[in-house]
Write a protein that binds this ligand. Structure first.
Ligand SMILES: Cc1ncc(COP(=O)(O)O)c(C=O)c1O
Length: 398
């Protein structure tokens, strides 16, 4: 029996690795690497020579303006990383210690950590197998069972807390059922704050990720489509909120040439100019990166058409995603063998990885409320990310 299973794993690894080899033309590839060249070196050099290396300087404004121009957001506030962006947007939204924030269990740990850091309680919800976002109709039925509206607020009758916010996550750049979520959020008077960390360059219905609710957070970590080394930004169309976020990111210091008066408990979250200069050079590459990523995705999709062990995870076809990370979904018969298959693929030199552990399973989230998570659990057992760097699409301009 063990031998039969072993053969099955070997055959699956052969087939999956064969498709990666066919698409990329290389014998080994990391999961995702940034594209950095002379323009980035020049931009950082110019920033250092100009003397603006810390949290003020023209590069920061230029980077923020480029983000606004690209996303059509009215405001973009650049910060030190995506996790700080998530934390800051929750604090600026007046989250209280009696609040619960609905968040998918299938996300990177930062989404849940930011909620705890803002003194609120993550409340885990299930994910849709079609788009990896929140399963809105399942959530609707669940909220009908566990909540009641009192004084215009959505009370969780089981925990005695108010469900004040929902944080959709655009996993791998796919945008899920945001229209359904908007309608549901309106009915329950719940505000939407988006974790769009992975979704720079993703659009749906003419709206960029991060702008479907009150505000959204982007990440510019080294593994993202545009990197600033470390960095993040908050997008919003609300001028008052943008002003508050900007102030809180800068220790809430009153604008004054020499006095140190702080209006509130703020944070030192502003992005340094060095990183912003790097980001300016990277933003200029964004269109080329998106084009290359689309090409890579289409080639992968074709390569897995005849696969018997895995299907390419195409995501929703009503969203124009950024194709940040490609994923395949193992056949159900292989869900017990995910890790053995991952070992095999990594031994062949392909940096493949599983999706995250469900946050609910991590020790520091063990007391958080949760709805049944059967779909998310199945996705965890079967999804595998495959090498997705833009330069794997041949003929990309460097
Ligand atoms: C879904 C998600 N949320 C939040 C983050 C946090 O961003 P950062 O690493 O910039 O803090 C990341 C990425 O790293 C992410 O993938």
């Amino acid at each position: 029996m063990a031998k039969v299973q072993n053969n099955l794993v070997i055959e699956a690894v052969d087939e999956i690795a064969g498709a990666i080899r066919l698409v990329t033309g290389v014998d080994g590839a990391v999961l995702h690497e940034p594209m950095i060249g002379q323009v980035e070196l020049d931009a950082v050099h110019h920033c250092i020579s100009g003397g603006f290396v810390s949290s003020v300087g023209p590069a920061i404004t230029q980077f923020e303006n480029m983000i606004c121009d690209y996303t059509a957001a009215e405001h973009a506030i650049a910060v030190v990383n995506g996790t700080a962006a998530l934390h800051l947007m929750l604090v600026a939204n007046d989250i209280s210690s009696n609040s619960e924030v609905l968040v998918p269990a299938l996300t990177f740990v930062a989404s849940g950590n930011a909620i705890l850091q803002a003194n609120a309680m993550p409340h885990f919800v299930d994910s849709s197998p079609a788009d990896l976002g929140i399963d809105v109709s399942k959530l609707d039925g669940y909220l009908a069972d566990i909540t009641e509206m009192r004084d215009g607020c959505c009370w969780n009758v089981k925990t005695g807390r108010i469900i004040s916010h929902v944080m959709p996550v655009h996993v791998f750049g796919h945008i899920g059922n945001v229209e359904g979520l908007n309608a549901l959020a309106e009915r329950y008077n719940i505000k939407i704050v988006e974790d769009a960390a992975e979704a720079l360059g993703s659009w749906k219905g003419g709206c960029h990720a991060g702008l479907f609710g009150t505000c959204g957070a982007l990440s510019f970590n080294g593994n993202k489509i545009v990197t600033t080394g470390g960095g993040g930004a908050i997008l919003t169309n609300d001028a008052k909120l943008a002003k508050r976020i900007r102030a809180l990111a800068t220790t809430a210091k009153r604008d004054h040439p020499f006095l140190y008066w702080h209006e509130a408990r703020g944070f030192n979250y502003r992005m340094p100019a060095l990183n912003a200069a790097f980001g300016v050079a990277q933003m200029a590459r964004l269109d080329a990166m998106l084009e290359a990523k689309l090409r890579l995705r289409m080639t992968y999709q074709d390569a897995y058409l005849t696969s018997i062990y895995a299907t390419f995870f195409a995501g929703p076809d009503d969203c124009q995603g950024n194709h940040w990370l490609n994923a395949i979904q193992l056949d159900e018969s292989l869900s017990q063998h995910r890790d053995a298959i991952l070992h095999g693929l990594n031994e062949r030199g392909y940096g493949c990885r599983p999706v995250w552990n469900l946050l609910f399973e991590l020790p520091h989230f063990k007391d958080c409320p949760s709805m049944p998570l059967d779909q998310a659990a199945d996705l965890v057992n079967r999804l595998i990310n495959i090498p997705s760097s833009a330069m794997l699409a041949s003929d990309l301009v460097s």
